[in-house]
Design a protein around this ligand. Structure first.
Ligand code: ADP
Ligand code: MG
Length: 374
């Protein structure tokens, strides 16, 4: 079960007699414990509204929010305050420190739900953000970067499982931005779940995953780098070849730990599924695997039959590059140019494409080994 799950969450504001403004409009997503998610999108897209709902500062008009085993909508006001203090650490763009309290008093303020405040614990939190020597300073005696670090210490003092940060680097110069990002990276490495609102691409890239909001809706949930997508393709090829026949099976260069991690990510984004201990393709994963294998094997044919490259290693490494860059149109053109070959130079079947006539996609007959039947 994911650590955090929000389902069909909407927040509507009624302004005057006009149509309600939909700050959030049916947003759903889940997050595993320890994930770092960046919530991105233009100004007014609902990022702060979403974060405030997750942080129990605001309630949705409809939909459900679960963190751990707690359904937030079901909590009464007093329980909500306690739940927030114990589970969630909040960091804001504007720091929100109390001006007439010192740094350490600001941190201790977050301990108010303890039966008593604990100065040593607050001091440790300030040490963690590198501000032990600023404990007795007032916010006005601190730089912006230092104030934000006090705010981070305050968010950490109750040892929250989840950190919610709304544009935490928005008011900082590059050097302080980096300090704050390094602190967040450290918290991520400790296994904390982080949801960070930002409209800064560079900040967004630090996260494991990005969620893009536009007009209160999720427009695109997952953005992976080219390298990550190549890793996914490699795993898909490996599984395809394993299913095809043990003979042609070449193991990829991943370690077992990397492979398990990739399996987990690829399951989450719907490319693979686990059946007991076994990993299988989903329909989407199978389609993508088939397409990578097709590009790879057509590229091999191209290099050997047309360009007369005979060195196996050179063919393989070129094919590995080409499989990632060929568009569907170019792939079909190469296939047509080569006369719709049925096998790669080593005899493994090339999955047919749209261009191959009757063997149209989706109507391919396979034997139990996954070999394509003529
Ligand atoms: P973001 O953080 O992405 O800039 P917000 O979540 O703050 O966006 O706001 C989303 C939309 O909801 C905006 O159009 C904003 O004007 C509107 N909004 C936010 N809070 C209120 C409120 N209390 N009353 C009316 N409209 C609001
Ligand atoms: Mg905002």
């Amino acid at each position: 079960m994911p650590f955090l799950e929000i389902d069909q969450v909407s927040k509507h504001y009624r302004v005057g007699a006009s149509e309600p403004l939909k700050a959030l409009d049916g947003v759903s997503f889940a997050s595993d414990a320890g994930e770092w998610i960046a919530i991105m999108g233009p100004s007014g897209s609902g990022k702060t509204t979403l974060l405030n709902i997750l942080g129990c500062l605001d309630q949705p008009t409809s939909g459900s929010v679960r963190i751990g085993s707690t359904d937030i909508a079901g909590l009464r006001r007093a329980d909500l305050v306690r739940f927030r203090a114990e589970t969630v650490g909040l960091i804001f763009q504007q720091y929100h420190l109390i001006p007439h309290l010192t740094a350490i008093e600001n941190v201790m303020l977050a301990q108010y739900f303890h039966s008593m405040t604990d100065e040593a614990e607050a001091r440790r939190a300030l040490e963690h953000v590198g501000l032990a020597d600023r404990a007795r300073h007032l916010p006005s005696q601190l730089s912006g970067g230092e104030q934000q670090r006090v705010a981070i210490a305050r968010a950490l003092v109750n040892d929250p499982k989840i950190i919610l940060a709304d544009e935490p680097t928005g008011n900082l110069d590059a050097a302080n931005q980096q300090i704050v990002l390094d602190l967040l990276s450290g918290l991520h490495a400790q296994g904390r779940t982080i949801l960070l609102v930002t409209h800064d691409e560079r900040v967004g890239r630090c996260a494991d995953r990005r969620i893009n909001l536009d007009y209160g809706r999720i427009v695109e949930t997952v953005v992976f780098t080219a390298e990550e997508n190549e890793d996914f393709d490699e795993i898909l090829e490996e599984l395809w070849m394993r299913r095809e026949s043990a003979m042609h099976h070449e193991s990829s260069h991943f370690t077992e730990v990397q492979r398990q991690r990739l399996f987990a990510t690829m399951s989450r984004i719907g490319l693979l599924r686990h059946i007991g201990k076994e990993v299988r393709f989903t329909d989407q994963g199978e389609e993508r695997a088939r397409s990578v294998i097709r590009r790879h094997r057509l590229a091999e044919r191209l290099f050997m039959d047309v360009l007369f490259i005979r060195d196996d290693a050179a063919v393989e490494s070129n094919a590995c590059t080409f499989e990632h860059i060929l568009s569907p149109e170019v792939t079909d053109r190469i296939c047509t140019f080569l006369g719709h070959p049925k096998t790669c130079p080593h005899g493994s079947p090339i999955p047919p494409g749209e261009c191959c006539g009757n063997g149209a996609r989706g109507h391919v007959a396979m034997n139990p080994n996954g070999e394509i039947l003529p």
